[in-house]
Design a protein around this ligand. Structure first.
Ligand code: SAM
Ligand code: TMP
Ligand code: ZN
Length: 408
């Protein structure tokens, strides 16, 4: 491990613990008819020796990642639609009871959460830089500003609409390297007794389950309760609640408030104790995680090479952004996985970033069924296996690699 750049939050010394080498952008699917030069960057992760935040060493310019044609649609999963409906109901029932209260979500994508808020008639605004998904939300009657959330955007929103009771972000705050500007924006936009709530993949689950495919260009920070508490304090906020969520392989929803405005929940101390007992933020834990990454890579490659040598067909399921790191780091190309089935229209007919595995519609999966399906969208296992129950009935087997490599 080597100490290189400084921590993006506190300026502390960074200790690198894993280097995936040169990797493509995880959501940059390749048009086979107009193949452009792919953008590669060095994907390496480090931990800050002072505030403990785990972060990428290289920051990809945001305009490369979050473009007009960003292909990810949040509403492609019915389980996630349920999750965000419940989230919106929670805010409506507890924080937005005043009929004039205002909620801002950044990274609102196709409006999966704000849809429920808009239907309830509450004042809301989505902030979403990718025009395609922002338009999909607007078409549902949701108010969206096509911009990156940062200090200047927040100032414009306050001037036009006043302050917000709730500022929310799901699977977005950890994507933003410039958290200083975001916190300044939250500070100007948030009501005195308002809350800033965000939910993102939990480093505790990533380490425990070796879900290293969560590491890719868009995921800049990997949060623990300890590092988020430090970050909140650094920018003048207090971490007042945490909730472990089962979605996307294990996330935590963090609630921040201005210091002294809310009584902290005992869950914060409970999680901090748990992280200490598990030694989650210690260097030795991250070194063990690094060893486990390579063990998993070797195990998965051996299994796929054996399938190929035995003449078995293997198809991928879910052209996730996560699968970019998995396929490119493990050397999995079309010779080992013939295509990937995915229900996202914008991904179908393309090639996966870097590994160039063709992406097809889920109909192709049954035409004919393969011997094995490698479930890249392991975080949607229940939903996909239910949908594709016929595959197993006909003798097909799923290959999963989280929480460990297994075939079911
Ligand atoms: N919130 C949705 C969910 O949980 O399914 C979407 C998550 S998606 C992985 C990340 C979203 O964050 C993208 O739609 C991207 O355009 C958006 N995003 C990235 N940087 C942003 C910023 N600075 N402000 C607002 N949105 C941003
Ligand atoms: P995610 O893990 O980042 O949410 O991405 C999931 C990918 O899997 C996304 O490209 C959509 C795809 N998918 C399907 O093809 N079928 C499904 O039933 C679900 C839930 C997702
Ligand atoms: Zn730091």
């Amino acid at each position: 491990m080597s100490a290189t750049l400084d921590c993006r939050i506190c300026g502390g010394t960074l200790h690198e613990f894993f280097d995936f080498g040169r990797q493509p952008l995880a959501d940059a699917f390749v048009d086979p008819h107009h193949p452009a030069q792919e953008y590669f960057h060095r994907l390496a992760v480090a931990q800050c020796g002072s505030c403990t935040m785990v972060q990428l060493l290289e920051d990809v310019p945001r305009e490369h990642m979050f473009r007009t044609d960003y292909p990810y649609l949040s509403s492609g999963s019915s389980a996630m639609r349920d999750h965000f409906r419940a989230t919106a109901r929670h805010f409506l029932d507890h924080e937005l009871r005043d009929p004039d209260s205002f909620v801002v979500e950044f990274g609102s994508n196709d409006g999966i959460m704000l849809d429920t808020v808009a239907r309830a008639g509450r004042r809301h605004l989505g902030v979403e830089p990718c025009a395609g998904v922002a338009e999909a939300a607007a078409a549902k009657g949701i108010r969206v500003r096509n911009a990156f959330f940062e200090e200047s955007t927040a100032a414009e929103i306050v001037a036009a609409e006043g302050r917000a009771k709730v500022i929310y972000a799901a699977n977005t705050f950890s994507h933003i390297s410039y958290v200083d500007s975001v916190f300044r924006g939250v500070d100007v936009l948030l009501d005195g007794d308002g809350i800033f709530v965000f939910e993102d993949p939990y480093m505790g689950d990533i380490v425990e389950r070796t879900s290293f495919d969560q590491i890719y260009d868009e995921h800049f920070y990997f949060f623990t309760v300890r590092s988020v508490q430090n970050m909140a304090a650094f920018y003048g906020f207090e971490l007042v609640d945490v909730e472990h969520l089962p979605v996307h392989g294990g996330e935590i929803r963090y609630t921040l408030a201005r210091p002294g405005t809310r009584t902290p929940s005992p869950e914060v101390a409970r999680f901090l104790d748990r992280e200490k007992i598990l030694r989650l933020t210690e260097r030795s834990t991250l070194e063990r995680f690094a060893t486990n990454i390579d063990l998993l890579r070797d195990g998965l490659r051996t299994l796929l090479v054996r399938c190929r040598d035995e003449g078995k067909s293997v198809v991928g399921y879910g052209a996730t952004a996560k699968s970019a790191t998995l396929t490119n780091y493990c050397g999995i190309g079309p010779d080992l996985v013939s295509f990937i089935a995915d229900n996202t229209p914008a991904k179908q007919g393309t090639l996966s970033p870097g590994s160039h595995i063709p992406v097809r519609s889920p109909e192709a999966f049954a035409d004919p069924y393969p011997d094995y399906a490698l479930l890249f969208a392991w975080n949607h296992a229940e939903e996909i296996m239910r949908k594709e129950a016929e595959f197993r009935r006909r003798g097909g087997r799923w290959i999963l690699y989280v929480p460990e490599l297994h075939v079911v």
